[in-house]
Design a binder for this molecule. Structure first.
Ligand SMILES: *Cc1c(COP(=O)(O)O)cnc(C)c1O
Length: 362
């Protein structure tokens, strides 16, 4: 055996992560550019201070208060009738999704998604020893539903992962498509990853509305994006109580620290303020998409806080050119495309100036 005795299939693999470069304008990981206000930060600090007094004790394993508040929030954000026993949470929706695969995937089972899709999914599948199956989206990033159904019936995945709004494309799936996939999946789970759900455009419904219709539907959300709380690591899902119950078998004991629970509860008390910038970001997003199109570029419709645009014969050259002007975006998506996260008006002005110059030089 070679040293260290790493699993065979992990040898030579680089750990995942977007480049973290120290440049003035960082528009590469879909963060919310607006941090909490001084008041909200102080209230979070106060809540953490209170939790600190009893850090000698393990936290509430079932995070009852947090589940209650997350359920209440979801009922104001596209859901209705969601009860605390229909909510699960973990350290980021990345952990929620890994737990889903640990509980419902595993050896002899498969997980399916449709590319382009979130680049972490195949890694969760690998870590949960679940076979990874990938179908494809159309050139406008929509789903060919007949082909999708056929692939589901042929491969019978136990988990189907559908980011909507999708990362890296920004496009959302219509509810009819999600319903059809839930039916085709049989007893398999359909996980709609709504990490960007709060940014969806007017008229784009949340998959939360479909929960009463499909017992195999899981809708995941995160506090990392719209809530501007990426550093706190809190992701969650809504699903039938028996699904939430089953995840408890694979979670690590006390996986949500008392500090995390206090932070998330304090943030939920300030949901209106923390989400206050979502409107501005949506407007800035629509404006950015329109501007990119005016430059003659192709831009995917976006229901998220980023835009996927292209296509460039030398996308790496464009990415590097932007970086040379102090603007970091993400080289991701299908060949020729680039993804820019929506920042503040100043950051977007810097991005537009830099891109104009880079395109003149191309
Ligand atoms: C950012 C993102 C997440 C959120 O991850 P966290 O672990 O909650 O920070 C989940 N899914 C997709 C598709 C994302 O882009």
């Amino acid at each position: 055996m070679t040293w260290p005795p790493l699993r065979e299939e992990l040898r030579g693999i680089e750990p995942y992560g977007a480049p973290q470069l120290d440049v003035p304008v960082q528009l590469n990981v879909n963060e919310n550019p607006y941090g909490p206000s001084a008041e909200v930060a102080a209230d979070i600090a106060r809540a953490v201070g209170e939790a600190a007094v009893s850090l000698n004790r393990y936290p509430d394993r079932e995070f009852v208060d947090l589940r209650e508040q997350l359920a209440a929030y979801l009922n104001t954000s596209g859901g209705s009738g969601i009860t605390p026993d229909m909510v699960w949470a973990a350290n980021g929706s990345n952990e929620v999704l890994l737990q889903l695969l640990q509980a419902f995937g595993g050896p002899g089972r498969s997980a399916l998604s449709f590319a382009p899709t979130y680049s972490m999914y195949p890694e969760y599948a690998r870590n949960a020893m679940t076979q990874w199956v990938v179908g494809h989206r159309e050139s406008d990033f929509s789903l060919d539903l007949d082909a999708a159904r056929a692939l589901i019936l042929q491969t019978r995945p136990s988990v189907i992962l559908l980011p909507s709004p999708n990362n890296p494309t920004g496009t959302a799936l219509p509810p009819e498509a999600i319903s059809m996939l839930c039916e085709a999946a049989g007893d398999g789970l359909v996980v709609v990853d709504e990490a960007y759900g709060e940014f969806r455009r007017a008229g784009t419904p949340s998959a939360l509305e479909l929960l009463p219709k499909h017992r195999n539907l899981v809708v995941s959300r995160t506090m990392s994006k719209a809530f501007a709380l990426a550093g706190a690591r809190l992701g969650y899902l809504a699903a039938a109580p028996e699904i939430c119950d089953a995840i408890r078998i694979v979670r690590l004991p006390y996986h949500l620290s008392a500090v995390t629970q206090a932070t998330a509860l304090a943030a939920l008390r300030h949901a209106p303020e923390l989400l206050g910038k979502v409107e501005d970001l949506r407007a800035e997003r629509d404006e950015t998409v329109a501007w990119l199109r005016e430059q003659g570029l192709t831009v995917a419709d976006s229901d998220a806080n980023f835009a996927l645009f292209g296509t460039f014969a030398d996308r790496h050259g464009v990415w590097q050119g932007l970086l040379d002007h102090g603007v970091l975006i993400r080289e991701t998506g299908p060949d020729g495309w680039l993804r820019v996260s929506i920042g503040t008006p100043d950051e977007m002005a810097a991005f537009k100036n830099a891109l104009t110059k880079v395109m003149e030089d191309q």
